[in-house]
Ligand binder design. Structure first.
Ligand SMILES: [Cu+2]
Length: 371
């Protein structure tokens, strides 16, 4: 009896040891996978590189700059980069993400394509395989006397631990992406305040004199005439510079709207009486379409968003054309230089005062000596 107990506890001990070894091995594997993830291509690098790639575009646009006429020409339909694909055109593309034109978008798409989809596929196939195996191998005919096994420590530990480790592996890029999306814009980011109205958008440029561009959907005939996609094309686009950080603020005048542009990986609620803010850097010049993504009333489906990213000089020309100015920027610089001057003045004044004091004390000592 005693020897049987010893045997059982010996078996348990062996199982426990094996389990612990397995746990450690699995953990090391998971850590290895995380290290590999951590060194995945930094999405901000392609963004930087993409900036350099805009070479051929500015050349063309430089010509229009030389041609005068304000130096800004709206981008044509050939520059549409972010828009949904019709099912008839490309069934696969119509079901997946749009191409991404921001660092966050590239990272998110990479996470979806390289991490989530493979893991989901493997798990689904594995579970399907197990189900089929059980159905075929352990049905009543194939397996008339079923096993009476109720517990298996090892397998229970494994099927608890493996999913945990899978989730840990997914958590690393997931939390990274989350953190990136909440990054605060730098101080010199260009602010654009997008305002949702029933049922159109307004784009305000507070740092360039505070002018507002009102953006309404083009009707189908006008859009098709211009070679633009109906239900997405607008009369006035939100024009922004490409390649520099933008501080996008959203708010609304009446009900809740949402400013969403899928190809820029950007979606933020526009809430009345409240300002939401998020950074956006668009990799390259182009037209990127989006839509209001919060049910906001009868014409919710007819308030598209058209973002037009252009090189910086073009954007500055556009701002001037819209009646905006860059005075606040220069005013800031003037104020700074004035402060500098004042500081310099203070130092000079202090020096003079010191000198006067010194002379005074010298005079005093002279006087004392004379006495
Ligand atoms: Cu809306």
């Amino acid at each position: 009896m005693g020897s049987t107990l010893t045997m059982i506890s010996a078996i348990r001990l062996r199982d426990t040891t094996r389990t612990i070894v397995l746990l450690i091995a699995a953990f090391i594997l998971a850590l290895g996978a995380q290290a590999a993830l951590a060194t995945q291509p930094d999405a901000s690098i392609p963004a930087q590189a993409a900036l350099g790639e805009t070479g051929p575009v500015p050349a063309e646009e430089a010509a229009s700059l030389d041609a005068g006429s304000g130096g800004y020409t709206p981008l044509g339909p050939d520059m549409i980069k972010g828009q949904p694909t019709p099912y008839e055109e490309d069934a696969l593309a119509s079901m997946t993400f749009q191409d991404q034109y921001s660092a966050n978008g590239e990272y998110a798409l990479w996470m979806h394509d390289a991490i989530l989809m493979p893991i989901i596929t493997v798990i689904s196939l594995f579970v399907l395989g197990l189900l089929l195996w059980v159905v075929v191998r352990f049905n009543k005919r194939a397996n008339p006397t079923p096993s009476k096994t109720t517990h298996n420590t090892l397998i229970e530990v494994v099927w608890t631990l493996v999913p945990v480790l899978i989730l840990v592996v997914i958590a690393v890029p997931s939390i990274t992406l989350l953190a990136r999306q909440y990054e605060t814009p730098p101080e010199d980011a260009i602010t654009i305040k997008t305002i949702g109205y029933q049922w159109y958008w307004g784009y305000e440029y507070p740092d360039q004199g505070g002018f507002e561009v009102v953006s309404n959907m083009l009707d189908e005939a006008d859009a098709l005439d211009a070679g633009l996609p109906p239900q997405l094309a607008v009369d006035n686009r939100m024009v922004v510079p490409a390649g520099v950080p933008l501080r996008i603020q959203t708010t609304a005048a009446d009900v809740i709207h949402a400013f969403a542009v899928p190809s820029l990986w950007f979606k933020m609620d526009a809430v009345p009486g409240r300002i939401n803010e998020k950074m956006l850097t668009i990799d390259e010049p182009g037209i990127y379409y989006g839509q209001c993504s919060e049910l906001c009333g009868a014409r919710h489906g007819y308030m598209p968003i058209a973002v037009e990213a252009v090189p910086m000089e073009q954007w500055r020309a556009w701002v001037i054309q819209q009646g905006g100015s860059f005075e606040s920027e220069t005013a800031g610089e003037d104020a700074e230089s004035a402060e500098d001057a004042a500081e310099a003045g203070d130092t000079a004044g202090e020096a003079e005062a010191e000198l006067a004091e010194a002379t005074a004390s010298e005079d005093g000592s002279d006087a004392a000596a004379a006495e």
